[in-house]
Every structure is written in C-alpha cells, then in structure tokens.
Ligand binder design. Structure first.
Ligand code: GRF
Length: 201
C-alpha cells in the first residue's frame, strides 16, 4: 500500500503537481490522496481538480479564532487518514492541535538553505544579503518558523544577473526534485527524528 499523502497549498502548486506526477508510478511508494488550501481560486486547486483529487479550502478569516481554524484543519486533514502531510507552498503556520496530531509526519519545503533566510521572503532576503549560493530545504515542521529538523537540502548558485523571479524559478526546479526524492524515500524507507537530527535510512 502506498503511503497516503495530504498536500496543503496556497498558490501555483508546482510542487503539488510534481508530487501528483510522481504518484502515478506505483513504485514511487507515496500517493497524494487529498489537497487542502487556505484560500480559494488558486492554480493549485485547479491542479487537484484536474487530477480528480478531493480538495478542501479552510480560510483563517472564516473562523473566530485562529485555534478554531487549526482544529478544523486538523480534523479535515485527519479525515483523509494521511501517513504524511506535505506543506507545499502553504503560507500559514499550523498550530498546536495540528502538531499534536501530525507532528513528526508533517514536512515543509523552503526556498533557502535553512537556517539562513527563514520566513516569507527567503529568495529576496538571500539576494539582498549577497550570497552566491542559496538553495532549498525540506524539513520536519515544528512549532517555529522554518525551524524544524532538516531532512534534505540542495544548493543553487546565484547568478550576478538574477532577480527575485529568476532565482526563485531556478530554486523551484531544485525544490521539486528534492521534495519528490525526499517524500518517495520517506514513504519507501521510513524516517526518524531525534532532536535536530532527521534521518531517512
Ligand atoms: C516554493 O518555492 C515554496 O518553497 C515557497 O513557495 C513556493 C511554492 O511554489 N514557500 P508552488 O506553489 O509549489 O508552485
């Protein structure tokens, strides 16, 4: 049985698409079973529909308290019985309920080499700092901002002519490959997290 993966998205969904495409090979070991979003009318939801995947939208602003949203997110994701939850460009921090239920099996992808440049503007911040190498990180989500144990990283050189858009596009290429490889290996071989050390055997 392939590992059941729920993917949470907020935007273009190119990482989601890469996971859907990888899932079509039974040898991959993981299968996307549902897609959740924190906003409507995003290309990622069209990708889910095109792949005939169930999807749901839970907007923070529709809940009185952020904790209510987090509880609804937890219950909705739980209904799909995931082995792994992948945040793929999901622009919200999950909260305590979510982490109590899915901590240790929720992963995120970030367009920088953490712990450098956490937060929403990683690519812009890396360019502004003047680094000549940046990249992407897949990590296990914890209660902090981009602070969880690191599963995998890939480096991407910065070109002198890069702007935020060109650099992010190149990072996203590396990110898709890294995410697909990491999710597949986790599904097939399992993983462990011990403090800051996350390992896929
Ligand atoms: C990725 O670079 C992700 O790391 C960042 O936003 C981008 C999402 O891209 N947080 P997509 O929606 O998967 O195309």
């Amino acid at each position: 049985m392939p590992a059941r993966v729920v993917v949470l998205v907020s935007g273009a969904g190119s990482n989601l698409q890469a996971l859907i495409d990888a899932s079509s090979d039974p040898a991959y070991g993981a299968h996307v079973v549902a897609v959740g979003a924190d906003r409507d009318a995003i290309p990622a939801l069209d990708r889910a529909a095109k792949a005939d995947l169930p999807s749901f939208v839970l907007r923070v602003e529709d809940f009185e308290q952020r904790t209510d949203w987090d509880e609804a997110l937890t219950a909705t994701v739980a209904a799909h019985e995931p082995d792994l939850v992948v945040l793929a460009g999901f622009m919200k921090l999950v909260g305590t309920s979510f982490l109590e239920r899915f901590g240790g099996r929720t992963i995120n992808t970030h367009p920088a080499l953490l712990p450098s440049f956490p937060g929403m503007h990683a690519v812009r911040d890396a360019l502004a700092y003047g680094v000549t190498v940046t990249g992407c990180t897949v990590f296990v989500v914890d209660a902090g901002v981009d602070s969880g144990a690191i599963l995998a990283q890939a480096a991407v050189p910065v070109d002198a002519a890069d702007d935020e858009a060109t650099l992010h596009e190149r990072i996203k290429g590396a990110e898709r490959e890294l995410l697909i490889d990491t999710v597949g290996r986790m599904a097939r071989d399992g993983w462990s997290v011990d403090g800051r050390k996350a390992r896929i055997p």
